[in-house]
Design a protein around this ligand. Structure first.
Ligand SMILES: *[C@@H]1O[C@H](CO)[C@@H](O)[C@H](O)[C@H]1NC(C)=O
Ligand SMILES: *[C@@H]1O[C@H](CO)[C@@H](O)[C@H](O)[C@H]1NC(C)=O
Ligand SMILES: *[C@@H]1O[C@H](CO)[C@@H](O)[C@H](O)[C@H]1NC(C)=O
Ligand SMILES: *[C@@H]1O[C@H](CO)[C@@H](O)[C@H](O)[C@H]1NC(C)=O
Length: 708
């Protein structure tokens, strides 16, 4: 983010995933994943990869030609162009954990790009200010960086690059290391081979992502921020570069923060759901852009937009230009709307982007779009200025129009910026929702953070609307999406790393989650965008991030290797596979026969039970990270999900200098016959000062059972 005084390491992808061409060859880029690196010498590991690959090629030369990346720094694997029979043979080998086709991943930024130009008063933007975080290196995986931006200039007094840093600043297109890298932007690499093999020269991909993880882990980053993902259906965990890379990062103590995706508000489309990473939803901040609509000089209605120039014309109803008043190109009756602002209503499928194209084609002056929920996104006004109003306001405007003898004069003033707007935060309608479609017993997303209308550095060579017809040059632009909320959480992760260098990624995640808030600025429950109801944990996970509280969480739910092994066993991985991917450590049992209990027993900071038939008891262990020098007493309170009895025992946890870690149990008992609906509650431990909160999500599924 623009104002983090953090030293950042950027992993560059110079290409976007939107364009892909078809390939005629029957060979495709595959990733062959071999698990932990057993050899500990990158050169010998790469030789070993060629040797493995040679088994499915006529010669070693052919094998060398087909290999793209040898992942040998931080884990073992390679990517290569393979046909289906070669892939099948490799997958059957004992030393191979998984083989999968390299996919093109999607960037988690919405297509609603917003523009305000250079007139914005930067001082009024309220991003998070960090005064801490020195010597923490954040690895950011993105499609590019414009190092000349003020956002990446080192500030006087920034400390030298940490001596633990082993990364480099690689030369790229229009990217000169000597000018680009400094004490803030300390390194950059880019990866294209996987994409080029599959789709031709210079355009991104998964094989490249895994190479980025392999290097980033080796280079010494502390936190990785990754705003991409693959749309569901989700791949098994070890057939996904993001999940493999983040698993190895976690084992090295590096927290990985992913965006949840922008596929909401329908349920079950959340991405990046592994229990070893953090998954971030997006919410609004307390800033809005009210825009006045004045009819006939005497009737005013407020819309939402970013309009930088006053607009004056006549207001007309969509029915004049579109069959049935539905503003789509297919319904246009070829009548021109020159000089007119057109009032269009949402109908199912008619998103405002479609109406914009239609009204623009009809040569309209502007668009007032009435929709069920006013979209909080500040809109592109380059092509056709658009005001968002809700259905009630739209109805009032429509009725005024119907009663007017001639078309009313409409005056739209420049948008204002208002800070302190309520309700805020609200989870944005497009933020991807839980439950996880692959492991609903791990609650995802984990947390929500600001992801709407975020002002960020913008490359001057790229039009703010991404449209070729747009010839403006800007240094800053508004962007929206979970890819904007993800770096906020990575920044907080870096902050926590600098304050608590010894914390594991799970401890960091626990601090972020258990201190999150669930009430908005007016003390009401945080609204879910796209509905008129409060958010559930499927919208926002544990709630909205609270960086200052996260520094002093009181208690921590840490995770041990055995938690991850339990999860992998429950997901069907065999002992042999698990031993290939888990770094060996003394006393760790990898035998699934000795692993008992559902995923709900993993020491996660939230609790999700998606199939409660009869009473179950779940175990959790908390560690006191508050003042350890004196005795601290915590009391547990449960808010019961509807129709579920919750008993916590013991109810009182007494921490002392010699006893900092205590386990407790939660018994859940269904009190109703039900199926197919989730209910929500929470568990809170408090010592009077800290409130350590865990969301509790339960689906009672017993309506087909004979007895209760
Ligand atoms: C795959 O490639 C190998 C080695 O070039 C070749 O022997 C085999 O016939 C190919 N299989 C298919 C299905 O194309
Ligand atoms: C790359 O993108 C260009 C522009 O869209 C397209 O014409 C070309 O086919 C693409 N090829 C690759 C590299 O995907
Ligand atoms: C003000 O609005 C009313 C309708 O509400 C209309 O009759 C009147 O002419 C408008 N006045 C002006 C000055 O346009
Ligand atoms: C509920 O349990 C039944 C088996 O009795 C199972 O088939 C079904 O998938 C479960 N429903 C949910 C939502 O888990």
């Amino acid at each position: 983010m623009a104002t983090c005084h953090l030293q950042s390491f950027w992993v560059l992808f110079l290409a976007v995933s939107r364009y892909f061409a078809h390939t005629t060859s029957t060979s495709h880029v595959h990733i062959v994943y071999l698990g932990i690196n057993q050899i500990h010498d990158p050169i010998l590991t790469s030789k070993f990869h060629i040797q493995v690959l040679s088994d499915v090629f006529a010669s070693e030369e052919d094998a060398k030609r087909s290999i793209l990346y040898s992942y040998s720094n931080s884990f073992s694997g390679f990517s290569a162009k393979l046909n289906s029979s070669q892939a099948t043979i490799l997958a059957s080998m004992d030393k191979v954990v998984s083989v999968f086709r390299s996919k093109t991943l999607k960037l988690h930024t919405t297509r609603s790009w917003d523009f305000l130009g250079l007139t914005l008063d930067e001082a009024r933007v309220t991003p998070m200010e960090f005064t801490n975080g020195q010597d923490v290196v954040v690895g950011i995986f993105d499609t590019g960086v414009w190092p000349e931006s003020e956002s990446f200039q080192e500030k006087p007094g920034m400390r030298p690059i940490p001596s633990s840093w082993k990364g480099v600043c690689v030369e790229g297109e229009k990217f000169e290391p000597a000018k680009a890298c400094n004490r803030k932007l300390i390194g950059a690499r880019y990866y294209l081979k996987g994409f080029e093999q599959e789709y031709g020269p210079l355009n991104m991909s998964e094989a490249d992502i895994l190479a980025a993880f392999d290097d980033a882990l080796h280079d010494g980053v502390h936190v990785i921020s990754a705003s991409f993902g693959a749309t569901p259906p989700l791949s098994p965990f070890f057939a996904s570069s993001a999940d493999i890379g983040s698993f190895h990062a976690m084992q090295l103590g590096i927290a990985v923060v992913f965006s949840a995706g922008n596929d909401g508000p329908e349920p079950s489309l959340v991405q990046n759901v592994a229990p070893w990473s953090l998954c971030v939803a997006a919410s609004t901040i307390d800033r809005s852009f009210p825009t006045e609509i004045v009819l006939d000089s005497n009737f005013t209605i407020m819309g939402q937009s970013i309009i930088s120039k006053e607009i004056k014309g006549r207001l007309a109803n969509a029915i004049t230009y579109f069959v049935d008043g539905v503003c789509s190109l297919g319904n246009w009756n070829r009548k021109l709307a020159t000089g007119r602002v057109v009032l269009c209503f949402y109908t199912p499928g008619l998103v405002y982007e479609i109406a914009q194209v239609a009204v623009k084609t009809a040569k309209g002056l502007g668009l007032i779009f009435a929709e069920p929920f006013t979209k909080p996104i500040a809109d592109v006004d380059a092509d056709i200025p658009t005001l968002h109003v809700d259905i009630n306001q739209g109805t009032i405007i429509g009725n005024y129009l119907a009663e007017s003898l001639k078309l009313p004069v409409v005056q739209i003033s420049r948008s204002k910026t208002i800070i302190g707007k309520s309700p805020a935060p609200t989870v944005v309608y497009f933020s991807s929702r839980g439950p996880s479609s692959i492991s609903p017993d791990i609650l995802k997303p984990d947390i929500t953070a600001p992801g709407i209308n975020i002002l960020a550095a913008w490359p001057p060579g790229t039009p703010p609307t991404l449209q070729p017809s747009d010839d403006r040059l800007v240094r800053w632009n508004f962007q929206s999406g979970t890819s904007m909320s993800c770096p906020h959480v990575s920044g907080v992760g870096a902050l926590l790393k600098s304050v608590h260098p010894g914390w594991s990624p799970a401890a960091t995640r626990s601090a972020i989650m258990t201190t999150a808030y669930t009430r908005d600025a007016s003390h009401d429950s945080i609204l879910a965008g796209g509905s008129m109801a409060g958010s559930t944990p499927f919208d926002m996970g544990a709630g909205h991030i609270n960086p200052l509280k996260a520094m002093d969480p009181g208690l921590i739910y840490d995770m041990k290797t055995s938690d991850y092994i339990l999860f992998l066993c429950n997901m069907g991985y065999t002992q042999e596979r698990i031993e290939r991917i888990v770094l060996p450590s003394p006393g760790v049992d990898t035998n699934c026969k000795n692993m008992h209990g559902p995923n709900a027993n993993i020491n996660y900071p939230s609790i999700s039970v998606p199939n409660l038939r009869s009473p179950i008891t779940i175990k959790r262990t908390v560690r006191n990270v508050g003042c350890g020098k004196k005795t601290t007493v915590y009391f547990g309170v449960a808010k019961e999900p509807n129709g579920v009895e919750v008993v916590i025992w013991p109810r009182v946890l007494i921490f002392s200098p010699s006893k900092q870690e205590i386990s407790y149990y939660i018994t859940l008992k269904p009190l109703k016959k039900s199926e197919g609906r989730y209910d929500f509650g929470e568990i809170v431990w408090s010592d009077g000062f800290h409130h350590v909160r865990s969301p509790l999500v339960v689906l009672v599924n017993n309506s087909n059972d004979f007895t209760m």
